[in-house]
Design a protein around this ligand. Sequence first.
Ligand code: AMP
Ligand code: ZN
Length: 145
Amino acid sequence: MIHCEFCKIVRGNSSAEILYDNLHAIAILDINPIHYGHILVIPKTHCATFLEVPEEELSDLICATKIVSRAMVDSLNPPGFNIFSNNGRAAGQSVFHFHFHVTPRYDDDNIQFVLKLKKYGEGEMTNYGERIRRHINTNLDCSIL
Ligand code: AMP
Ligand code: ZN
């Protein structure tokens, strides 16, 4: 993907504050951090969302996320941290090359995900459970991955 900002970073064609990399993933500092030390963990293969990350690359991606989370916590000592990802424009994704955000959190830092939580009506939870389970059970060979 010639015009993808994160592919350019992966290929070394665009600068970044690189923290760590392994065979399939790279971790950099976010240029517009929620808090200083906010990290992005990026698969080296171009993929728009989590669903397109190749199965055989997931392990390196998750291990890289844990390594940089541990390093961030031990070096910056935040009392908490978030790991999250935005998938699709509706979910707030702005760079369409998948990435995990790892960001320090502090008491009373006034960052809130403003959520209006719903309640399930009678039978609705079972209904949603069945719809999702049916897909899992018909794809147990991981062919959907
Ligand atoms: P998202 O909105 O979840 O897609 O997150 C994209 C993130 O990438 C934002 O937090 C941006 O600040 C960050 N970002 C965009 N371009 C760069 C770049 N060249 N280097 C580092 N971080 C970047
Ligand atoms: Zn890309």
